[in-house]
Design a protein around this ligand. Structure first.
Ligand code: M6R
Length: 609
């Protein structure tokens, strides 16, 4: 939700912090603030707005000091105002604190602190933490932070500076990500790796209820009782340039264009000439795989759409019954899980609070958890029994694109692997499935080469205020995903529906002002039925934009606008159909003068329930 960066160095930190926090703007952009510790006092500058605008007002880089904190906020408690922007301070202004997460018992704590004489200046839950730490402070800063954190219910990652301790930066986390970056004569804290990649590639992942005491030349990690913990230092393999825009106008466009390479990387090392092998990652014996009786997929948003497509893949090829659940609903309905149930959690960030809570619920019931995650070392990855990484690289655009298609690829590889092991897919079919997935990068490239054509369609429709997306079978979730992409970045109201459901209600909305986007790729199941659904729209004066298979001469007889994708198997068709819909949403957002990388009200990583 919010972005946190901290730095303790031998050099002036303000401009370095500014660069770092810009890399986290995708996490929140209601307001931004910085605290720097210089000659025994803490200076704070903050305001509402995006980082570049606030910087031009307050001039962060003129702040002096060799240690500091920066924060970009996505508001939960308290409106997006200057006073609610982080960092927050104690009354003496000797402690500055930044926070990501939600303090659930902040009301009680606030009342207790007010009775003790503490005065609050903001409406945030965060301010409670800083006064609470102050109330416990007797000269030992780490101890005061530990005592305060023990009183807190909820989630947090925090960074803290204290003017009485100019040589330390404190960090702590629970259910909200935070890493420590290890540099040369300087160290860092951050919510996410891209923030500090230009300064270091060495990272320590903080676990829940750990506190780090970070100095210029060391970083020690403790539990809340003050016992030191040995931590592993991980080397990050992402290049700095991989986390930047690389010449594209927006991260969203760059990430759309990265999909052919991302998919090649995702399959790399997992497929042979004629086989798929996930044994080292899935760590399940053949007997365990054969014993899987049911799969439950839990996820949110776009990852949930990937899960719906996974359901089609798994039931059709691996012949295992699948249920797909919104992670946020799953934990509150006392799900029945047998020992033979495999729970698959899908998450780009690996930090989505609802998905994390769902896997914890499943774990309590002794189910095995396999996660499909993009961010290495993220909370969901660490709390799962097995992880299949999507290898999409950092996804910065808030609207998920390359993470989605790489999730579909991993679901496909997992399905074929399980199906081959449990005998539902015979060797010959595995060979064909491998051949099909190998074609995908090249086929996506050919769709991207025709992006101009999609842009022309965007120009025809960007002034509309509503849109309907239809699809059937395995492409029904693509209708949902296409509609979600459009609403996320263009703020046009869009709904996805199974095409046949249209006549049970949404058909009432059809007229010339309601563009209807139909996934009408050719297959031998629902294609003919989709053509009938298209005609139902046309009969009511609707305008149809169809995603069609290259070479299809039939569909164009009925529709107004055509967008073509190459042919692949039915099971892989969603991967191709999703690409023009991502481009369509992107171009419409630009034409409506919206920043597609930072849709209003949305955050990249939703670490609150
Ligand atoms: O990081 P996750 O995949 O767990 O995130 C789940 C959703 O929050 C996410 O997919 C969201 O719907 C995106 N904004 C979609 O573009």
């Amino acid at each position: 939700m919010c972005g946190i960066v901290g730095m303790i160095s031998y050099r002036k930190v303000s401009s370095l912090l500014l660069e770092a926090i810009k890399k986290l703007e995708y996490r929140g952009y209601d307001s931004v603030g910085m605290a720097c510790l210089h000659e025994g006092s803490l200076e704070i500058r903050k305001d509402i707005g995006k980082i570049a605008d606030v910087d031009s007002k307050v001039d962060f880089t003129s702040m002096e000091g060799t240690s500091g904190l920066a924060h970009s906020r996505w508001s939960t408690h308290g409106a997006a105002t200057k006073i609610n922007a982080h960092p927050h301070s104690n009354m003496e202004k000797s402690i500055s604190l930044v926070h990501n997460g939600i303090i659930e018992n902040h009301h009680e704590l606030r009342e207790m602190l007010v009775k003790k004489g503490y005065q609050f200046s903001s409406q945030t839950d965060t301010e409670v933490i800083v006064h609470l730490i102050d109330s416990y402070y007797r000269g030992d800063l780490r101890e005061a932070v530990s005592l305060a954190l023990k009183k807190i219910d909820g989630s947090y990652s925090i960074g803290l500076l204290c003017s009485q301790h100019p040589d330390i930066l404190i960090a702590a986390r629970k259910d909200s990500p935070l890493i420590i970056g290890i540099g040369k004569k300087e160290n860092f804290i951050a919510s996410d790796v891209p923030a500090i990649l230009s300064y270091t590639k060495k990272v320590i992942y903080l676990e829940n209820e750990e506190i780090a005491v970070v100095k210029r030349d060391s970083a020690q990690v403790f539990d809340l009782d003050g016992k030191e913990r040995k931590k592993e230092v991980h080397m990050i393999k992402w290049s700095t340039e991989k986390a930047e825009k690389r010449g594209y106008d927006h991260f969203m466009l760059k990430e759309i264009y990265e999909q052919p390479d991302v998919i090649s990387e995702t399959v790399e090392g997992r497929i042979g000439d004629e086989s798929i092998d996930l044994s080292s990652e899935m760590k399940m014996s053949a007997a365990d795989i054969k014993g899987i009786k049911r799969i439950i997929i839990v996820a949110c948003g776009t990852s949930w759409h990937a899960g719906l497509i996974g359901e089609f893949m798994i039931e059709e090829l691996a012949k295992i019954p699948v249920e797909v659940e919104y992670a946020s609903e799953f934990r509150y309905r006392d799900p029945i899980l047998e020992r033979e149930t495999l729970v698959v959690a899908i998450s780009q960030s690996g930090e989505t609070a609802d998905t994390l809570a769902a896997i914890r619920e499943a774990k309590k019931k002794k189910a095995k958890i396999l996660s499909i995650v993009n961010v290495v070392g993220s909370s969901i990855a660490r709390e799962s029994d097995m992880v299949l990484y999507t290898k999409a690289g950092p996804e910065i655009g808030v609207a998920s694109t390359k993470a989605f298609t790489s999730q579909l690829v991993v679901l496909y590889l997992m399905t074929v692997y399980i199906g081959a092991v449990n005998g539902s897919i015979v060797t010959d079919q595995v060979k064909n499935r491998v051949r099909d997935i190998r074609l995908i990068p090249m086929q996506i490239r050919s769709i991207l080469e025709e992006a101009d054509h999609v842009e022309l369609h965007a120009k025809k429709f960007f002034t509309k205020e509503n849109a309907l997306y239809l699809g059937r079978g395995i492409n029904y979730p693509i209708a949902l995903e296409g509609a979600l992409k459009l609403k996320e970045v263009s703020y046009i109201h869009a709904e996805g529906y199974p095409a046949a459901e249209m006549k049970h209600g949404p058909i009432a909305l059809i007229d010339k002002n309601m563009p209807v986007v139909v996934v009408a790729t050719q297959d031998n199941r629902t294609y003919k039925k989709v053509l009938s659904n298209i005609q139902e729209v046309k009969a009511r004066g609707g305008v149809v934009i169809a995603i069609e298979t290259k070479g299809d001469t039939e569909t164009k007889k009925y529709v107004d606008h055509n967008i073509y994708v190459p042919k692949n198997s039915y099971i892989l068709s969603p991967l191709l159909a999703s690409i023009p819909l991502q481009l369509f949403a992107y171009y419409i957002a630009l034409l409506r003068k919206h920043d597609p990388d930072m849709p209003k009200n949305l955050a990249k990583s939703v670490t609150v329930e």
